[in-house]
Design a protein around this ligand. Structure first.
Ligand SMILES: *Cc1c(COP(=O)(O)O)cnc(C)c1O
Length: 373
């Protein structure tokens, strides 16, 4: 029986042709018309003029922190319930991540704990240089509560929207709800360039600085002239061509994922599972359709995962909170950490790929219902 994969890339003839066209054009370079076009497409989609295509979402996070003014020794507040890349980028800057626990509503950063941590930091005269808020599994965080607290203290919000391209917060595209945004085009994300990322900003001067830092901080001169340490973080023109073809299908991808999510919602209701968080004003993409196992389930989440895997259903555990991971053990966590730990203990994602057939979905649903019975 074929396996139902969690989040395979949905690529076909359109993407193949775009890639070959770029190849045949001769622009086998980290610059070129497709790269400019990809940035224009994202700028148009988001309404923010400063879009810079980079080699990964992690690279975009790193540069977002640098251009937000993060310096070695600074504190940076970070969602604890996320992929390691979010905090790794903070470490690259020589800064210290301080982890903020989740709230139960959106599963993302708790605005109450953030407010508490900021007031405490202000009292100690050690405000963070930035706050990195993660939009989880295709769903925005509660910026209505988070943004005013940060802006009152003049602290920039970096929105890690690596998982949330296509989602919205009160009609605003994910990635443009904070002060600077980050997307990932890794192979498992909703839009892929096989590997890649994008930084977006409303400020074109900031975008220019990001472009400069991402190309080894090379100054315009006939020889090689540098005044700062730069990075080799630019996306290639070939991969940008792939990204443009993918991006032209984003609406189709989001619509399809919402359709699959609606079917799961209907057929998994009343089973004791906690279904994905629904927050008024936020439209999720269900990049990964994520649920919590019933509290009293025999063997817990792991038993459920094993039963699904045995039936060829590629389910996956939710993020293990970063404050519980060895590289970040010495970092402070604000709140008990228990909300994100409980999400990890009980949480899993089900396959919700755009190419899932109705039969594939039935297999996923049957496997879940059987495992719970
Ligand atoms: C995927 C992801 C990243 C990293 O993106 P890459 O393109 O793989 O470097 C960062 N943050 C979150 C929340 C992610 O899911």
């Amino acid at each position: 029986m074929a396996r139902v994969y969690l989040s395979p890339p949905d690529v076909g003839e359109l993407e193949r042709e775009a890639l070959l066209r770029a190849f045949d054009s001769g622009w086998i370079a980290p610059v070129g018309p497709e790269l400019d076009g990809f940035e224009r497409d994202i700028a148009e989609l988001t309404g923010w003029p400063g879009a810079v295509a980079l080699s990964s979402g992690t690279a975009a996070l790193h540069l977002a922190l640098l251009v937000s003014g993060v310096q070695p020794g600074d504190d940076v507040f970070v969602s604890t319930f996320t992929f390691a890349a979010t905090a790794n980028a903070v470490i690259y800057c020589g800064a210290h991540p301080v982890f903020i626990d989740s709230e139960t509503t959106s599963w993302s950063m708790s605005p109450e704990l953030l407010a508490e941590a900021l007031h405490d930091a202000k009292r100690r005269n050690k405000l963070p240089a930035a706050v990195v808020v993660v939009d989880l599994y295709g769903q925005c965080a509660d910026y209505g509560a988070i943004a005013p607290i940060c802006h009152e203290l003049g602290i920039p919000i970096i929105e890690d929207a690596a998982e949330a391209l296509g989602a919205t917060h009160l009609g605003r595209p994910a990635g443009t709800v904070g002060d600077i945004g980050v997307y990932s085009f890794n192979g498992n994300k909703i839009v892929t360039t096989s590997g890649g990322g994008m930084l977006i900003t409303p400020d074109e001067a900031v975008a220019e600085r990001v472009r400069y830092l991402s190309t080894q901080a090379r100054l315009p001169a006939v020889h090689y002239e540098h005044e700062e340490v730069g990075y080799n973080y630019r996306l290639s023109n070939l991969l940008a061509a792939l990204g443009r073809a993918q991006l032209s299908r984003l609406d189709e991808f989001v619509a399809r994922k919402r359709e699959i999510a609606a079917r799961y919602d209907e057929e998994l209701a009343g089973t004791g599972l906690v279904l994905p968080p629904r927050v008024p004003g936020m439209d999720a993409t269900y990049w990964l359709y994520s649920i919590l196992a019933p509290e009293d389930l025999d063997g817990g989440r792991d038993a459920l995962l094993e039963k699904l895997m045995a039936r060829g259903v590629g389910a996956r555990a939710l993020w293990r909170p970063l404050h519980a991971q060895p590289p970040f053990r010495s970092a402070r966590v604000v709140g008990s950490g228990q909300t994100s730990e409980a999400l990890f203990d009980r949480g899993l994602s089900l396959p919700c790929a755009t190419e899932l057939t109705d039969d594939d979905q039935s297999r996923v649903i049957d496997a879940v219902l059987t495992a719970l019975a």
